[in-house]
Ligand binder design. Structure first.
Ligand SMILES: [Ca+2]
Length: 535
């Protein structure tokens, strides 16, 4: 093709109308014309080459301590550890809402929950919000796009409008599914053709990624592959092919394991299922068995990541493909005597993040970033990688600036949000690189407003609430001020639907409970009576 272009350039009419004066001039003249003629092609091909392929991999309910690259010596995660060695590990990465639906919406929109207005118990994402997500924008701007796995939220054309089908049409290849999807590949409509070879869903997503990557080479377009694994979400259903991996294994417990290390957590945080699941999910009495199952599910993700990287190599796209690996929320696994996720403590809100950009000179140096980063950063990062502008509505920032300089600061603070579940557990917090502040505002009979402050630098296991230490008055003042700033953004920026506006009042620590109480929903008044009975 290149030779044809050059030949065409030489034989076509000169760009200028005057005649050459000498053989040398004629030669130079042709050379200039050749360059001018080739210029747009050179530019075009350089521009195309600059655009990387992008792979975004999301696990479901995965804690940082489930990976070797985050310091757990009991687990086997060779592929993800290799990805970490090849790329960069982020040690201070948070899901600003630590629950599937809202977190996935933040990932795709680059916005905090109160701005995308999407969560269980609140409502679906509006179509106009979806149209500003990274998958849609990449699809519209020359990328081949694919999605597989748990999509995690639904769409409506208006808040009380009809629920729309999942946006399969916005992707070139689709292996996604509604709701929680199924661990049984045969039961996932868009993935069931993989069921014979990969009866368990986790490896089927590896196969989907592999096939999309290999097919992508037929096109000149760059690709963006997004896979949302179901694993290791409950109900615990590991692939039996991996039963040998943790058979009879005993696991070391983290230093904050057990109820003794949760006594200082707020009474409000103990009012929903996250608290009772320490027992009902058997962290208290069958720890090794439960953890073996949990880690076995993550082991299968590790295998799937290996399948995807092998396909990158085989297709020759490995040198121009950026890989991002993270989770939609963490998991307590018995830390502080809690199970599950949702609450803004470290185990549930801080999650793994590995990025590998093979084009960058910082790759392969085993660097770790301490910068404060969040799930709202992915959409801006992916748009920037694709050479697209980052819309102003996004709260996140391009993570590749941290990849460029892992010692740089990123966010000075991020909000940590929970407005799902039983009312006392609704909480707004703020985290900085060094500290975390939580405000539990529910103060009906039997409860008092409470605050927690953690020095994450000295106390990453959150063992001491620093609110009562008089030495911390400066930190408390600063963290309260940051909290107030985030709340002001909520008040100014929350969507007007799906029950988000009233939290601007409920979370206002400067308004007494007697006045804030008016912002409880009528349904909540009824729930409040039930909490009074409990306490
Ligand atoms: Ca999740």
């Amino acid at each position: 093709m290149g030779y044809l272009v050059r030949f065409d350039c030489l034989v076509q009419e000169p760009l200028f109308s005057f005649k050459p004066y000498s053989p040398m001039f004629k030669f130079l003249y042709k050379l200039v014309n050749l360059k001018l003629c080739l210029f747009p092609f050179v530019l075009f091909s350089a521009e195309e080459q600059k655009k990387p392929n992008i792979i975004f991999l999301l696990s479901d309910d995965q804690s940082t301590y489930s990976l070797g690259c985050y310091g757990n010596k009991d687990v086997k995660s060779p592929e993800l550890d290799r990805l970490a060695d090849d790329g960069m590990v982020f040690d201070r990465h948070y899901d600003t809402t630590a629950i599937c639906m809202a977190s996935r919406a933040s990932v795709m929109t680059g916005m905090f929950e109160y701005k995308h207005g999407t969560n269980f118990g609140h409502g679906d994402m509006l179509l106009k919000t979806w149209e500003k997500t990274y998958p849609v924008m990449l699809h519209k701007n020359g990328y081949q796009t694919a999605f597989a796995g748990k999509f995690g939220f639904d769409l409506r054309d208006e808040p009380n409008g009809k629920r729309l089908p999942l946006p399969e049409k916005d992707f070139d290849k689709w292996g996604g599914g509604p709701g929680q999807t199924n661990y049984n590949t045969a039961k996932n409509e868009s993935m069931k053709h993989y069921a014979n070879d990969y009866p368990h869903s986790t490896r089927s997503y590896g196969a989907f990624g592999r096939d999309f990557i290999l097919e992508s080479t037929k096109s000149d377009k760059p690709f963006c592959l997004s896979i949302s694994f179901k694993a290791p979400h409950k109900p615990a259903t590991p692939d039996p092919i991996d039963n040998h991996v943790y058979a009879e294994k005993t696991f070391n417990k983290p230093a904050n394991y057990g109820r003794n290390y949760g006594a200082h957590f707020s009474k409000q945080s103990k009012q929903d299922r996250q608290y009772e699941r320490f027992h009902s999910w058997n962290y208290s009495d069958k720890y090794d068995e439960v953890m073996a199952t949990y880690h076995q599910q993550i082991y299968a993700i590790d295998v799937a990541v290996g399948m995807i990287r092998k396909a990158l190599k085989e297709s020759g796209t490995h040198k121009n493909t950026v890989i991002i690996y993270t989770s939609d929320n963490g998991f307590f696994c018995g830390s502080h005597g809690y199970g599950s996720k949702v609450l803004p403590y470290e185990e549930s809100s801080r999650v793994p993040l590995i990025i590998y950009d093979p084009r960058h000179s910082n790759s392969g140096k085993k660097l770790r970033a301490k910068a404060l980063t969040g799930n709202v950063d992915f959409a801006p990062t992916i748009l920037k990688l694709a050479g697209l502008p980052i819309p102003e509505n996004m709260d996140g920032k391009d993570l590749m600036r941290v990849y460029e300089d892992p010692k740089t600061a990123h966010h000075s603070s991020l909000p940590l949000i929970n407005v799902w579940g039983k009312v006392p557990t609704h909480v707004l917090g703020v985290v900085t690189e060094k500290r975390k502040y939580l405000y539990w505002g529910y103060a009906a009979e039997g409860f008092k407003e409470s605050e927690e402050l953690y020095d994450l630098e000295k106390d990453p296991m959150e063992l001491t609430n620093e609110m009562k230490n008089s030495k911390n008055s400066k930190s408390i003042k600063r963290m309260r001020r940051l909290y107030d700033q985030h709340l002001a953004k909520w008040k100014n920026g929350s969507v007007s639907y799906n029950d988000y506006e009233r939290f601007g009042t409920l979370f206002d620590r400067n308004i007494p409970w007697s006045e804030r109480k008016s912002a409880l929903s009528s349904k909540t008044y009824q729930e409040e009576k039930n909490f009074k009975k409990v306490n």
